[in-house]
Design a binder for this molecule. Structure first.
Ligand code: NAD
Ligand code: ZN
Length: 253
């Protein structure tokens, strides 16, 4: 089924929610665009401005590390002022109603945690950009420290303990996936009977494998995205509409 009309889509979703025993939401950048954070692949998205800096480049050159940090600082006001949107709040309500035991996200913006889902129930496949770590020893650094150090020396700082490179706690293209998050995402995916892919172009692998895994395991698959995806054909319900509008009726009041 395909729904473009928002009311019809919300009604169809409501029915699926009440029938479901275990729902797993899986989110991408599209759930956060109404919070002012651009996605990658929409027109005007981040991708159209700069291609992402791959992990190997980050490791190989000071200039790439400096540029990576300059871009992060340029996004700082947007990221630190963003508040959860209607989609985040609706998914938090599903969690608090006991309908969704956890959530899998490709986002790095910390907004699911900010919406009230306990941090250990938010499975982050691509990490989190609200803090940084040393790539060698794992020491955590706050962004304010990295920024102060950058401003002073004009270059990306190294770890004060081991001289390793400091990077936001995100997974760059070409960096290996976090093993524990991947395992927990798989467990959730295989436990659910309703899988909701929300605001993802579903082209970034291996993350895009989870909707497919859920469907193959017998769960119903719903895709909410304003553009078509490669998985629309196998979905039980495709909603090509604005995420916040479709999910707004499910926000707890
Ligand atoms: P993507 O940019 O590839 O796809 C986002 C999709 O959301 C697009 O297909 C777009 O049509 C749709 N969309 C945008 N706003 C929408 C709205 N209001 N209603 C309905 N649909 C909407 O994003 P992705 O699939 O998550 O992959 C991008 C990668 O970039 C991810 O791995 C993620 O880690 C990272 N990223 C994260 C953020 C964030 O944390 N907010 C932002 C940009 C990129
Ligand atoms: Zn270190």
């Amino acid at each position: 089924m395909m729904a473009q009309d928002v009311e019809q889509a919300s009604a169809a979703l409501g029915e699926l929610f009440s029938e479901a025993r275990c729902i797993v939401p899986f989110t991408g950048a599209g759930i956060s665009t109404e919070c002012g954070i651009p996605d990658f692949r929409s027109p005007g998205g981040l991708w159209t401005k700069h291609a992402p800096i791959p992990f190997d480049d980050f490791m190989a050159s000071q200039e790439a590390r400096d540029e990576t940090w300059r871009r992060r600082f340029a996004m700082d006001e947007t990221l630190s002022n963003a508040k959860p949107g209607r989609g985040h709040r609706a998914l938090a309500a599903l969690y608090h109603a006991g309908k969704a035991p956890g959530l899998v996200t490709q986002n790095i913006d910390n907004l699911h945690q900010a919406s009230g889902i306990p941090p250990d129930k938010v499975i982050e496949l691509h990490g989190n950009t609200s803090y940084a770590t040393c790539l060698d020893c794992g020491k955590r650094y706050e962004l304010a420290w990295v920024r102060a150090s950058f401003d002073q020396s004009g270059r990306a700082p190294e770890c004060t303990v081991c001289d390793g490179y400091i990077k936001t706690a995100t997974i760059a293209f070409g960096q290996s996936m976090p093993a524990i998050a991947m395992r927990r995402a798989e467990e959730l995916t295989l436990a659910c009977d309703l899988f909701l892919a929300i605001g993802s172009s579903l082209v970034v692998w291996p993350a895009a494998g989870f909707p497919l895994m859920a469907k193959r395991n017998g769960a119903k698959l719903v895709i909410i995205n304003r553009e078509p995806t490669d998985f629309d054909d196998i979905a039980d319900l495709v909603i090509n509409a604005d995420i916040g509008s479709v999910l707004a009726p499910f926000i707890a009041h």
